[in-house]
Design a protein around this ligand. Structure first.
Ligand SMILES: Cc1cc2nc3c(=O)[nH]c(=O)nc-3n(C[C@H](O)[C@H](O)[C@H](O)COP(=O)(O)OP(=O)(O)OC[C@H]3O[C@@H](n4cnc5c(N)ncnc54)[C@H](O)[C@@H]3O)c2cc1C
Length: 303
C-alpha cells in the first residue's frame, strides 16, 4: 500500500467515523482525492486480495472492538461531494457519493424539485443511503433514482440505469461496488410549498427521533410485512433495557443509545460498548422470537 501513502494511513481508529463513536481500528484507512486514485486503489486491493469497503457518515455501522482487516475508504474529499442540477431543464439532480442527504434535499428544494423532502433528517451520505435504500414508511431513496455510477472492485466504472438496480426494503444491489454518484429524477414543485413541507417533515422526525445530541443508532428495521420494530420491542417489555452502557431508547425503542457520563472528569470510557450493543441486539431478537415467533432483522451493519 506504500504507493498510496499520500492518501492512506494505517491502523486508524474508526470510532470517530461512526455515529456511535465506538469501535476498533482498521488496517488501512483511505481518503482518495480523485476517482483515478480510488480506481487504482480498488484494482490493487483486488490483485493483492485485500478486502475494501466504504464508510459514509457511519450512521448505520458498528465496528467491532477487534478492528477490521483490509481497507476502509472514505469518499469525503471534494471530488466526491459535488451536486449538479441538470441543464436540460428536466428535474434531474446529480450528487456525489460523499454528499450528505440533507444537502441533496435542501438543494433540490431550493431548485423547486420535489419528492425527496420527506426523507429530511435521515442521517447519511448518498453512498450510504443508496446502499441501505434508506427511507420512511411511505417513501425510500431508491424510488427517485435515475442512474448510479459505480466503481467496481476490478477498477472499472459502470453506469447503471434504474432498471439495472434492485432496491429492496433497506437494502439494494449496490452494495457490491463503490457508489461514486447518483442522478435523481424528481418532480417540479413550488419552492415555498416544498420548503414548508420539508420543515414539517423535519419537525415530525425530530419529535420521533430526538437523537441529534446523543450517540444513537437505529438498531432494528420494521419486519418485511411492515410490523414496526418499536411496537414489537414494547410488546416484549424491553423498552429502556440497559446492558452496560447500551440502552434501548425509551423514546423510540428501535434505537439504541449510549449512556453518557455527565461527569467532566470522566472522559466517557467507551471500551466494551460495542459488545454491549451486540448483546442488546441479540437479547431483543431472542425475546421477540420466543414471544412472537418473529425474526427481527437488525438494521445496523456490524463490521
Ligand atoms: C438518528 C438516526 C436516525 C435514522 N433514521 C433512519 C430512518 O428514518 N430511515 C432509514 O432508512 N434509516 C435511518 N437511519 C439509518 C441510517 O441513516 C441509514 O442507514 C443511512 O443509509 C446511513 O448512511 P451512512 O452514509 O451513514 O452509511 P454508513 O453507515 O457509513 O454505511 C452504511 C452502508 O453503506 C455502505 N456504503 C456507504 N457509502 C458507500 C458507497 N459510496 N458505496 C458503496 N457502499 C457504501 C457501507 O459500506 C455500509 O455497508 C437512522 C440512523 C440514525 C443514527
Amino acid at each position: 500500500m506504500d504507493v498510496f501513502k499520500s492518501f492512506i494511513r494505517s491502523n486508524v481508529c474508526l470510532a470517530n467515523c461512526t455515529r456511535l463513536g465506538v469501535g476498533g481500528t482498521v488496517e488501512y484507512f483511505a481518503v482518495p482525492e480523485s476517482e483515478s486514485q480510488l480506481l487504482a486503489l480498488l484494482e490493487s486491493c483486488r490483485r493483492k486480495n485485500v478486502s475494501a469497503r466504504v464508510i459514509g457518515s457511519g450512521a448505520n455501522v458498528l465496528v467491532s472492538d477487534k478492528g477490521v482487516a483490509g481497507v476502509v475508504i472514505s469518499l469525503s474529499q471534494p471530488a466526491f461531494c459535488r451536486i449538479e442540477l441538470n441543464k436540460s431543464g428536466e428535474p434531474l439532480i446529480t450528487a456525489g457519493a460523499g454528499v450528505k442527504l440533507v444537502q441533496l434535499i435542501t438543494d433540490a428544494v431550493a431548485a423547486g424539485f420535489g419528492g425527496i423532502e420527506g426523507l429530511i433528517g435521515i442521517p447519511g451520505t448518498i453512498g450510504g443511503v443508496l446502499c441501505d435504500n434508506a427511507g420512511t414508511s411511505n417513501d425510500n431513496i431508491g424510488q427517485w433514482v435515475e442512474s448510479v455510477r459505480v466503481a467496481n472492485f476490478d477498477g472499472t466504472i459502470s453506469n447503471l440505469s434504474k432498471n439495472e438496480i434492485t432496491f429492496g426494503y433497506r437494502s439494494s444491489s449496490l452494495d457490491t461496488g463503490v457508489i461514486l454518484s447518483a442522478t435523481f429524477r424528481l418532480e417540479f414543485d413550488d419552492i415555498k410549498e416544498l420548503s414548508k413541507r420539508m420543515q414539517k417533515f423535519w419537525i415530525v422526525r425530530k419529535s420521533q427521533q430526538p437523537f441529534s445530541q446523543i450517540p444513537a443508532v437505529m438498531a432494528f428495521n420494521s419486519t418485511k410485512t411492515g410490523t414496526s420494530a418499536s411496537d414489537l420491542i414494547e410488546q416484549v417489555s424491553l423498552k429502556g433495557t440497559q446492558i452496560g452502557k447500551a440502552i434501548i431508547s425509551e423514546h423510540n425503542p428501535s434505537f439504541i443509545v449510549v449512556e453518557q457520563n455527565d461527569n467532566k472528569n470522566d472522559n466517557n470510557d467507551t471500551r466494551g460498548v460495542v459488545d454491549d450493543v451486540k448483546r442488546l441486539i441479540q437479547l431483543v431478537q431472542e425475546r421477540i422470537l420466543e414471544k412472537t415467533d418473529i425474526e427481527l432483522e437488525p438494521s445496523l451493519r456490524i463490521w
